[in-house]
Design a protein around this ligand. Sequence first.
Ligand SMILES: Cc1ncc(C[n+]2csc(CCOP(=O)(O)OP(=O)(O)O)c2C)c(N)n1
Length: 401
Amino acid sequence: MRADEWSSSGLIDFVDKAAELHDGGYLPFAIHLPGGNEEQLIELFKEVKESDYVLSTHRNWYHALLHGVPEDALLERIKTARSMFVFDRQRNFLVSAIIGGTPAIAVGIGVALKRKGSSQRVWCFVGDGIEDTGHFAEAVRYVDGFDLPVTFVIEDDGMAVEASKESRWGTGKDLVWPDCVRRYKYKKSRPHIRTGNFADLEVMKKTKKDAEFYFPKISTPQYSKSELAESTLSFKEAVTSSMTKIGQAGGVFIGYSITPGDAMGTLSNVPLDQKIETPVAENLMVGLGIGMSIEGLIPVVYFERHDFLLVAADAIVNHLAKMERISHGEFKPKVILKTVIDDGGLFYSGPTHSQDFTNAFRNMVDFPVLVPNDASEAIDMYDFALRCEGPVMIVEKKSLF
Ligand SMILES: Cc1ncc(C[n+]2csc(CCOP(=O)(O)OP(=O)(O)O)c2C)c(N)n1
């Protein structure tokens, strides 16, 4: 069923049905019921084409239904702990329940669609809680500057959980954003979370399963060194040849200090149109990569120091590393993270710029985090990264250059 077939009462009936299940104890999970914005959304979705992308939040049920996710499929997800994790590859529907998680991904999809000359658009629905974030601001600025086919819709009920905009910001005044941002106001007809009624705890105890049941772990590719002849190249020549190879395979390089700079010279053989010099907005950089990979490109995101990676930890740890599992394999973003650590040498850059978060990331993500110790390992590990279906982080030691 598409947007034009839904009525307000039909949408409300769906939510009532889920609310009944909750109150009966059959939904022992966090659920966020939508309500109060039926008319606005039915009107808005008249503009959303079937092939467009729709990105949503923890409160995604109306967006999913209006974008064609079948009622029974949505209800099944709600019954199995996936209310906050509604993904549908066929309908280009994806969500993040982490405030501020989707805007950068929306931008990446928009960049890919524009590069392909597609007529599809991206619609990124956000609450005014997401409007609070820096992630949102950098995404909007990028879409506006590069005229990308992305529209952000702020669903503004003036509240984040129970906190008013005025209490959060000292003023209830709306910010004025560029044209790629629309805003509609509404009043929620449901509580922030759950239904406001007590659920039957005895039924809940019997209903609840473990995390592995709801979100089976994904298998992680393991790197093992191939039986290659020792490379006669220097470390820098080896990394450069790997970058050339990834470029020839269609890889797109994203980051700063790449035009000019060529990522310490290693991208010198990559054509200019496969290098995207970004603003100094690390979370946006990785979001660009995730979004572009969802559209089938091979993004390589470059970080010249590890302390800068932490600014992108949300995109890397919460989104890139988790999307395959939380979407039950419907979305498998593949992004290669090309990172550098300053592990000594003549140009010591101080305690912050010389940090090495290799082990920290190994603890935070399931995908491979690899550190080549010589030229042949660099070639082998980048070959592995290119073959992998999922993300890989490579850590280049500056001392080897
Ligand atoms: C990064 C992050 N911080 C905090 C939360 C907890 N949280 C969940 S919903 C929410 C408020 C969201 O408000 P808004 O974006 O206006 O959406 P609404 O719930 O009103 O639809 C918060 C703070 C979160 N999910 N992610």
